[in-house]
Design a protein around this ligand. Structure first.
Ligand code: NAD
Length: 477
C-alpha cells in the first residue's frame, strides 16, 4: 500500500508469495463512511488475476497438502504472531474504511489473531488418522479452497477462514470484499511476514461477479467457504454444483433474543441493546428480534428509553461511540427503507426513526431505532436489515416465545436471558439456531459457528471448521 497523505493506492494482488501488479484495470474509489471523503483507490482484479492465483494455489497444494500436523501448527503460530504485531494498524484500517467503531473493531481484530491459535488447538485435538481391524481412515485436505468474505469484520473472517484451511492442509485463494481493500492490504503485509510457503495463501481483491464467480466456476478450486448474503450464497451453491464444489456458507440472520419473565430488566435491556447494535447493527449475529413477556412490556420500554442515551452515535474512532456509520450510502438507504416499511406496516417507533442523527449528516449515519408493537410477520421482523434496528415483539407463554423465535427463515444465532439459568438452557435447547448464547453475547472459538436453514450450510471454527476442508479416505485390506 503506498500512502500518499491519507490517500491509499492499492494496485497489487498477493499471488505466489509476492505482491504483483493487477492485470485487471478497473479502479474503485474507497470512501470513508464517517465523512464521505475519498480515502483511497483500489485496482480490482479480473478473471486472469484470479486464474493466476488459482494456479499458484494448485502448485503449492502438491506439497502443502502433504504437510504434517506439526508443520501446520508452526505456520498457524507464525500467522498469529504476524497478525498480533499489527493489531492497531488493522483496527485503524477497519475504523477508517468501514466505520466499525473502535469499541468493536479492536476486539474483532484481536479475535482474528487468536483464531490461528484456536485452529491450532482444534487441529491438535482432531485425529487425522483412525484405524480399526484392517481399515485405516485418513482425513485428507480437500484441495484449493476459495475463501470469500464480506465487508463487515473482514479482518476476522480472513483470519478465521485461513486458519481452518491451513490447519486442514489446504492452499487458498481469498476474495475479500472490494469494500475492505485497506484492511486487506494491512492483513496481507502480516501474511507476507508469516513466511508461509509460496502459493499457500493468495489474495485477489475484485468484484464478486468477476473474481468470486471465477473461483466458484473454476474446476481447480475444490471448495468454497463463503460469508455473505443469502442470495449470493444460493447462487454459489447453484453455480458450484457444475464442478461439485464443497461449500461452507455463512449467511444472514434475524436472531431472536428471548427475555424470560424472570429476567432482571435493568440488566437485560442494556445487554439486549448491545447485542442488537453490535457493529452498528451490521452484524450477522445481531439479536434483532427482542421477545419480551407481554406483562413486562412497560418495564422494557422504560428501560430502553433510559438506556438509549448510553448508545452514542458518531465518530467510530471515539472509544465511547457505540454506533458508527453504515458502510456505504447504499447501506444507509437500505436501512432507511426498512424504517419506512416498519412504520407503514404499523410498528411504532419508540426511539430513533428516519433520517440522520442531528449533526451527522455528512456520513452514512442512521438513528439507532427501536420498534415496538411489532408482529413477527412484519417485514422488519422477517428480513435482515443489517443496521441498528431492533424489533420488540411480545409473547404470552414460554412456548409462545419459542414458537416465535423459531418462526423465521434464518437460524444463525439466538439469545436467551433469565435468572434461572437451567430454565434458560432448557429454552435454548429448543431454539433452531447454530449458536444460542445465555445472558449475553458470548464467544468460544472452539465452538462451531454457522446456521440452520437459510443461514447457511456447514460450520466454521474448532474441529468442525477444519473438518469442513477435509475428505475422509478409507483404505481397507
Ligand atoms: P454479499 O453477499 O454482497 O458479498 C459477500 C462477498 O461475496 C463479497 O466479497 C462479494 O464481492 C462476493 N460476491 C458477490 N457476488 C458474488 C458472486 N456472484 N460469486 C461469488 N462471490 C460473490 O454480502 P455483503 O453485503 O458483503 O455482507 C453482508 C452480508 O453478509 C449479510 O447478509 C450478512 O448477514 C452476511 N454475513 C454473514 C456472516 C456469518 O458468519 N453468517 C457474517 C458476516 C456477514
Amino acid at each position: 500500500m503506498q500512502g500518499s497523505g491519507f490517500l491509499n493506492t492499492i494496485s497489487t494482488h498477493y499471488i505466489d508469495g509476492a505482491f504483483v501488479a493487477s492485470h485487471g484495470r478497473e479502479v474503485m474509489d474507497l470512501i470513508n463512511p464517517t465523512n464521505g471523503t475519498l480515502i483511497g483507490q483500489v485496482t480490482l482484479a479480473d478473471e486472469e488475476d484470479a486464474q493466476r492465483a488459482i494456479g499458484a494455489a494448485k502448485r503449492a497444494f502438491a506439497t502443502f497438502g502433504r504437510t504434517t500436523k506439526e508443520e501446520r501448527l508452526t505456520y498457524l503460530r507464525q500467522l498469529c504472531a504476524a497478525v498480533s504485531a499489527r493489531l492497531d494498524d488493522l483496527t485503524a484500517a477497519m475504523v477508517r474504511e468501514y466505520g466499525g467503531g473502535v469499541q468493536f473493531a479492536a476486539p474483532i481484530v484481536q479475535a482474528g489473531a487468536s483464531a490461528f491459535l484456536a485452529a491450532g488447538k482444534a487441529l491438535e485435538e482432531l485425529p487425522l488418522t483412525r484405524s480399526w481391524g484392517g481399515t485405516t481412515v485418513t482425513l485428507e485436505p480437500v484441495g484449493v479452497a476459495g475463501l470469500i468474505t464480506p465487508w463487515n469484520a473482514n479482518a476476522l473472517f480472513l483470519c478465521a477462514k485461513l486458519s481452518s484451511a491451513v490447519a486442514a492442509g489446504c492452499t487458498v485463494v481469498m476474495k475479500p470484499s472490494e469494500l475492505s481493500a485497506l484492511q486487506t492490504q494491512v492483513w496481507l503485509e502480516c501474511v507476507h511476514e508469516a513466511r508461509l510457503p509460496k502459493g499457500v495463501c493468495n489474495v485477489v481483491t475484485g468484484r464478486g461477479d468477476v473474481v468470486g464467480a471465477e473461483l466458484v466456476r473454476n474446476p481447480d478450486v475444490a471448495k468454497i467457504s463463503f460469508t455473505g448474503s443469502v442470495g449470493v450464497g444460493k447462487s454459489i451453491m447453484r453455480e458450484g454444483a457444475a464442478t461439485m464444489k464443497r461449500v461452507t456458507l455463512e449467511l444472514g440472520g434475524k436472531s431472536p433474543n428471548i427475555l424470560l419473565d424472570d429476567a432482571d430488566v435493568d440488566e437485560a435491556i442494556p445487554r439486549a441493546l448491545g447485542i442488537a447494535f453490535l457493529k452498528s447493527g451490521q452484524a450477522c449475529a445481531a439479536g434483532t428480534r427482542l421477545l419480551v413477556p407481554k406483562s413486562r412490556l412497560d418495564a422494557v420500554k422504560r428501560a430502553i428509553l433510559d438506556t438509549m442515551p448510553a448508545f452514542q452515535v458518531g465518530d467510530p474512532a471515539d472509544p465511547k461511540t457505540a454506533v458508527g456509520p453504515m458502510v456505504t450510502e447504499k447501506q444507509y438507504e437500505r436501512v432507511q427503507s426498512y424504517i419506512r416499511k416498519g412504520i407503514a406496516e404499523g410498528a411504532e417507533v419508540l426511539v430513533g426513526g428516519e433520517g440522520h442523527p442531528r449533526g451527522l449528516e455528512a456520513g452514512h449515519f442512521v438513528k439507532p431505532t427501536v420498534f415496538v408493537n411489532v408482529q413477527n410477520q412484519m417485514t422488519i421482523a422477517r428480513e435482515e436489515i443489517f443496521g441498528p434496528v431492533l424489533c420488540v415483539i411480545t409473547y404470552d407463554t414460554e412456548d409462545d416465545a419459542i414458537r416465535i423465535a423459531n418462526d423465521t427463515d434464518f437460524g444463525l444465532h439466538a439469545f436467551v436471558g433469565g435468572t434461572d439459568v437451567p430454565r434458560a438452557r432448557r429454552v435454548a435447547s429448543q431454539i433452531l439456531a447454530g449458536r444460542v448464547a445465555i445472558n449475553g453475547m458470548l464467544d468460544d472459538q472452539q465452538a462451531p459457528f454457522g446456521g440452520f436453514e437459510h443461514s447457511g450450510v456447514g460450520r466454521e471454527f474448532g474441529t468442525f471448521g477444519i473438518e469442513a476442508s477435509l475428505e475422509p479416505r478409507a483404505i481397507l485390506q
